[in-house]
Design a protein around this ligand. Structure first.
Ligand code: 5GP
Ligand code: MN
Length: 334
């Protein structure tokens, strides 16, 4: 958590006459949108307007969240996004910790003189003016709750804030299953339910919204899942042409990588997907226990993330990328 001096400095920055911007990472997920909107809605309850900027569009299954229509999608509204950063006095940086993670916002962000406040749970943060970084917490949304507690303003958490924070905790813990899910996590979600978050509504809005294209893509991926290294590593992949043929929509492949880890005996799952527009491969890694895919992805695939969940990319073809991955893990056991 921030020191008490930092909390009092931040309190002074949070006033209606300041331009406050909230930024989150490229390809925003439930925790990114949940933490950004949760903080925005909290500040609204304090009488402060804040602008949420995302680098690119986010999945439909997150668009039910309160005030999601007010999010500025920078790839569609470049001028507005650039101006918001230019005018910003304070920028909250949520669920990412490096300028390279915010896509087209990166350059404007780096040049900005605003006070930059980091609240994030990924490994190895860059420099910010105020840093609340904790890799043991399962979701940035949980950290936003702690931040609100530190401001001593839990009373300002209404239904809208609670729904957003609950969503991010639920999605980043894989439905309260992953390793860093703690008693504290459940205490906080219990409080959020008391504040009006409805678990059945939220999980149904977020998860029971499969598109047919997602199910067709899932069938394809599951039908050819492969394991190597004596069953310890699962490999999944999708080609651009398959995405196009089956009518891919944003968010359709979210979570596919987890199926690899559900196989008994696997330690690592890797999902390789050709980008729809540019010639690179987006990679998702997931692992169990102490197997560190953050370090692995940083070292070999220009990526990073958490010990058990990381992303990366490769500029080679899909076939070459998978081959290279197999060669690496044959030498450097994961
Ligand atoms: P996903 O596989 O769901 O895209 O990402 C898994 C985790 O790794 C997420 O927490 C995400 O923020 C992070 N991540 C994904 N891609 C990258 C990347 O290219 N660089 C870094 N540093 N983190 C990433
Ligand atoms: Mn997160």
């Amino acid at each position: 958590m921030f020191t008490s001096q930092e909390i009092s400095d931040i309190k002074n920055l949070l006033s209606p006459n300041k331009n406050i911007v909230i930024i989150t990472h490229h390809n925003p997920d439930g925790d990114a949108i949940g933490s950004s909107l949760g903080l925005k809605n909290f500040l609204k309850n304090k009488g402060i307007e804040a602008t949420v900027l995302v680098p690119n569009d986010f999945p439909k299954f997150l668009k039910w969240m309160p005030n999601s229509k007010e999010i500025i999608i920078s790839e569609y509204k470049r001028k507005k996004a650039g101006e918001a950063i230019y005018k910003a006095d304070v920028i909250f940086c949520l669920d990412f910790n490096a300028a390279s993670r915010i896509g087209i916002l990166g350059d404007w962000f780096t040049k900005s003189w605003a006070k930059k406040i980091l609240i994030d749970h990924h490994q190895q943060p860059e420099n910010f003016d105020f840093v609340y970084s904790d890799t043991s917490v399962p979701a940035t949304c949980q950290m936003i709750y702690h931040f609100i507690e530190a401001l001593d303003e839990v009373n300002l958490i209404g239904k809208g804030v609670a729904e957003c924070l609950y969503t991010g905790i639920m999605t980043d813990t894989g439905g309260f299953r992953f390793r860093s899910t703690s008693a504290e996590t459940h205490r906080i979600t219990g409080n959020l339910i008391e504040k009006g978050a409805d678990p059945a509504m939220i999980s149904s809005n977020t998860w029971d919204t499969n598109t047919i294209s997602r199910l067709h893509l899932l069938a394809l991926v599951l039908g050819r899942i492969e394991t190597v290294q004596d069953g310890e590593v699962a490999i999944l992949w999708l080609k651009r042409e398959e995405l196009q043929n089956l009518g891919f929509q944003k968010g359709d492949t979210e979570g596919f990588v987890n199926y690899g880890l559900s196989i008994k005996g696997t330690k690592v799952s890797a999902f390789f997907m050709e980008d729809l527009y540019e010639d690179f491969i987006k990679i998702s890694f997931r692992s169990k226990d102490a197997t560190d895919v953050n370090q692995f992805s940083r070292k070999y695939f220009n990526g990073g993330g958490h010990i058990n969940a990381a992303g990366g990319r490769c500029d080679k073809t899909l076939e070459q990328t998978i081959l290279e991955f197999k060669e690496i893990i044959a030498i450097e056991k994961l």
